[in-house]
Each structure stands twice: as structure tokens, then as C-alpha cells.
Design a protein around this ligand. Structure first.
Ligand SMILES: [Mg+2]
Length: 174
């Protein structure tokens, strides 16, 4: 990663993520028993989010979709802010910044669709995934090597952890 991008990463205090295509592979399956769409998540992305939260950073999701399974996943992980069923994401972005008490240069946003581009333009550090469109890729600071739902979020978090030297609290045998 370029030194100027590492400098941008070092300022981040609030991490906001789109869900579909970023924290998932973008696929949805209709669950006719519960009348909602099901999604799958990568466990390493989840642990990356936990490391940020335990490190004292603020984490939020902003999704156009809303379902019990999305809500549950991010409740379990302890996300500070959840904006679900939001088609205009700008309002959610500003609300999260206000609650976290941070500005644009302290905000990271990761998204993969055209309606994410206003946020990708505004955030101090913006990222998207390898498997999105070239159009969306043209808006961001960083494009992951991993695909959405396959550890792309963890890839960005690990770049951040390296930039600020955020370690996992792992105890070895005494
Ligand atoms: Mg998306």
C-alpha cells in the first residue's frame, strides 16, 4: 500500500461498511419458512470487526436491505451503528459521524455499488472489492485483492492494523 494511503488510514476512527457485496458475496437466497432473504458472512471479516471494536474504534453498517439475519449478525459482533433498509445512505453516514464525533478524514467507507459512490467520495479512506464494476473501482482509494464476502473487509482491516500497530489480544502458553 502506498505511503500516502497508509497516512490516510492512520487517521481513521469510524469504520462504515455496506453489507451486500462487501460483507457478503452479494448473493441472497429466499427463505420461504421465515419470509426473508438469507446471506452468508465470512468469519474472518467478523473477527476483524471484533478487533476494531476491542481496539476502541467505532464500527457501523449501512445497508439498503433489511432482514432479521443481517441485524442478528451485526448485533452479535457488537456493531455500534446499524442502518438497515436505507436507500439514501448519505443520511446514515452523517448520523454515524455525528454519533461518533468524527469528520470525513476520520471515516472509512467500503461499498460496491453506484449508490455507494457519494460516500466513497466523501470518506477519508474509501475501499471496494475486486469483483465489483470498473465504474465503482474508479471512485476508491483502495481495491481489495479479495472478493466481497471472502475476507475483503478483513484485508482492509489488516492494512489498518498494520498502519496503527493494532494487535490482537492473544495469550500464549505460560
Ligand atoms: Mg453492496
Amino acid at each position: 500500500m502506498k505511503p500516502e494511503l497508509i497516512d490516510k488510514l492512520k487517521k481513521i476512527k469510524l469504520f462504515l461498511f455496506d453489507v451486500d457485496g462487501i460483507l457478503t458475496d452479494g448473493k441472497i437466497i429466499w427463505d420461504s419458512n421465515n419470509n426473508e432473504f438469507l446471506r452468508t458472512y465470512h468469519i474472518r471479516d467478523g473477527y476483524g470487526l471484533r478487533l476494531l471494536i476491542e481496539g476502541g474504534y467505532k464500527v457501523g453498517i449501512i445497508s439498503g436491505g433489511d432482514s432479521k439475519n443481517v441485524r442478528k449478525r451485526f448485533e452479535i459482533l457488537g456493531a455500534h451503528y446499524m442502518y438497515l433498509g436505507k436507500l439514501d445512505k448519505r443520511e446514515s453516514y452523517l448520523d454515524a459521524q455525528k454519533k461518533a464525533g468524527v469528520n470525513d478524514s476520520e471515516t472509512l467507507y467500503m461499498g460496491d455499488e453506484l449508490f455507494d459512490t457519494p460516500l466513497l467520495n466523501k470518506a477519508g479512506f474509501s475501499a471496494t472489492v475486486a469483483d465489483t464494476t470498473d465504474e465503482v473501482k474508479s471512485y476508491v482509494d483502495y481495491i481489495t485483492t479479495k472478493h466481497g464476502g471472502h475476507g475483503a473487509v478483513r484485508e482492509v482491516i489488516d492494512h489498518f492494523r498494520n498502519a496503527v500497530d493494532l494487535k490482537a489480544n492473544i495469550k500464549d502458553f505460560e
